[in-house]
Write a protein that binds this ligand. Structure first.
Ligand code: SF4
Length: 404
């Protein structure tokens, strides 16, 4: 038996969503108030403002709020984030129920949308005009290398994305701070994808999240009473390929939800063959989600996938050159050891992956500090790993010794 067994689909089973009491469905409890929103809303203020909605309001990551100067606070070993991540917001929240997500619909039973944690952090709500005003003062010297609008599943999501995007590009040259769209394809058409391009978006990604159709169905489709379909996500991704062109589209993938390393790396190769990129997260049991009782992805599994994905995405290594063991784990990476050692030592492979910033193509603007791990056991490094970090990474990369 192995001491680091890959967790199978069965072992990574989400718990079933419970029934939401009628008085909390669709944000009813928040909408029962009529308090006007007042400036910045910090999560857990418990100030129920039903009119705090997109496009006038957006939520932004803790890291972006600190970088923008809207919120105080410090981040472990990093001064700022290079990506201004925005999230559309409504009192009734996202209408999907993805099992790993802190924003999922089932949470309306016990937590208002504006107060929900998402990828491990809080997301303050801020008037969009205030954000644009701050950045538009001096876009050339802005710490942000990119802005990203995350869509959620909501009937207004497309129209409000267009408005937020227009509001940005009216005042900020997208050549200076380019915009990415992290899409929710379920409610989208080709014309919607085209419109984001026409309004100045630079990169269009699809939050595929699951690496196989089975994992997708189980974690964000029928398995948890959620409306998403794998085929629709692919349809919209292929539209984006067509409309945005090579290197300007891609997919988000979460590693460690029951797929094998081989599964996820074949998907990475498929995306590269189409001309796109993969942006990866390490699964972390988000508090309050339907998978909060499950283990985070073992670090050895994550490091192997991170390294192999980097080789496929940026070093022209193909998945067919790699070898896998009987559990689908990476055994060899398809390049000489000395070359592999250099790539490990460069450390970039272990940084957060995402849309590029202004440093270089393989360094993501989107560094999502501690979005997929606590600072005490970093999965995606939001900064350049130092010597000590690399020693730890090297240890984690080892394929574990089998105990028979
Ligand atoms: S669609 Fe996105 S925001 Fe909504 S529950 Fe799923 S992962 Fe979360």
């Amino acid at each position: 038996m192995s001491c680091f067994e890959h967790k199978s689909n069965v072992e990574m089973e989400p718990r079933a969503p419970l029934k939401t009491p009628a008085d909390r469905k669709n944000g009813k409890h928040v909408k029962a108030n009529d308090i006007p929103p007042q400036g910045v809303y910090l999560p857990n203020n418990n100030f129920m403002a039903p009119h705090m909605i997109s496009p006038e309001y957006v939520q932004l990551s803790n890291a972006a709020a600190i970088t923008l100067g809207i919120m105080g606070g410090r981040m472990y070993r990093t001064e700022c984030t290079r990506c201004l991540n925005l999230l559309l917001t409504y009192p009734e929240g996202c209408r999907a129920n993805c099992a790993y997500c802190g924003l999922a619909r089932h949470r309306e039973a016990d937590r208002d949308y504006a107060d929900r944690n998402f990828i491990r952090v809080d997301w303050p709500a801020v008037p969009m005009a205030e954000i644009v005003d701050i950045v538009a003062k001096d876009p050339d010297s802005s710490p942000f290398h990119r802005m990203c609008i995350s869509m959620i599943t909501h009937p207004r999501s497309e129209d409000d994305t267009f408005t937020v995007l227009r509001q940005w590009t009216d005042k900020i040259d997208p050549e200076v701070i380019p915009v990415s769209i992290l899409s929710n394809p379920t409610t989208m058409t080709r014309a919607d994808v085209q419109k984001t391009k026409d309004l100045g978006a630079d990169i269009f990604t699809v939050a595929l999240d699951a690496a196989t159709p089975e994992v997708f169905d189980r974690t964000r489709g029928k398995g948890v009473q959620s409306p998403h379909k794998w085929s629709k996500y692919w349809d919209i991704m292929l539209e984006a390929k067509d409309i945005f062109g090579p290197q300007k589209f891609g997919a988000h993938i979460i590693v460690g939800m029951g797929e094998t390393e081989s599964d996820v790396l074949h998907l990475v190769q498929e995306l590269v063959d189409l001309g796109g990129h993969s942006h990866m997260f390490c699964f972390f049991p988000e508090q309050g989600s339907l998978m909060d009782h499950l283990p985070a992805t073992p670090r050895d599994q994550w490091r192997r996938v991170q390294l192999a994905r980097y080789l496929i995405d940026y070093r022209d290594v193909r998945v067919e050159q790699m070898t896998f063991d009987e559990e689908g784990r990476v055994k060899t990476y398809g390049i000489p050891d000395a070359e592999l050692a250099d790539i490990i030592d460069a450390g970039i492979a272990f940084r957060t992956s995402g849309c590029p910033g202004k440093f270089q193509d393989d360094i993501s603007a989107c560094d999502r500090p501690y979005g997929d791990s606590p600072p005490s056991d970093i999965a995606s490094y939001p900064f350049q790993p130092g010597k000590k970090d690399l020693r730890k990474i090297r240890k984690q990369l080892d394929i574990p010794v089998r105990i028979e």
